[in-house]
Design a protein around this ligand. Structure first.
Ligand SMILES: [Zn+2]
Length: 131
């Protein structure tokens, strides 16, 4: 089995410990279920919610991502279209937040788990086959 780079595991929302099991139960644009996190990793069995209400802290990451998105968008609009009315900024940013919300929600949880979850990648778990 090939070794998956950490960046790819983060991008795909995989378990920090084995880079195989999925953190989320459904796809990002399954609007009913995109927030649902698996209780345990299906591959190595580690518990994703490290302690009760663990993922509440992901709010801070979500906030940082939103501010980053806001700044980058405003900069791009300014560089490409200046001068435009404030409404253009407003509409662009509101639509981005709306469209990207599922991704922002999920990546804030993924980043939070990778940074504060206290889970170290264990390559021997990655190679273990499910059978
Ligand atoms: Zn795992």
């Amino acid at each position: 089995m090939s070794k998956k780079p950490k960046g790819l595991a983060v991008l795909q929302g995989k378990c920090p410990q084995c880079h195989q099991g999925d953190l989320f139960t459904h796809g990002a644009y399954n609007l009913r279920n995109f927030t649902k996190v698996n209780e345990h990793c299906s591959h190595c069995g580690v518990r994703f919610e490290r302690e009760p209400r663990f993922f509440d802290g992901a709010m801070y990451i979500s906030y940082a991502l939103s501010v980053g998105l806001f700044l980058v968008s405003a900069f791009i609009i300014y560089m490409l279209f200046h001068p435009v009315s404030e409404n253009v900024y407003l509409i662009a940013i509101i639509s981005e937040v709306f469209l990207l919300y599922p991704l922002m929600f999920r990546y804030s949880r993924i980043f939070y788990l990778y940074i504060f979850g206290g889970l170290k990648f264990q390559p021997e778990l990655e190679e273990k086959e499910n059978n």
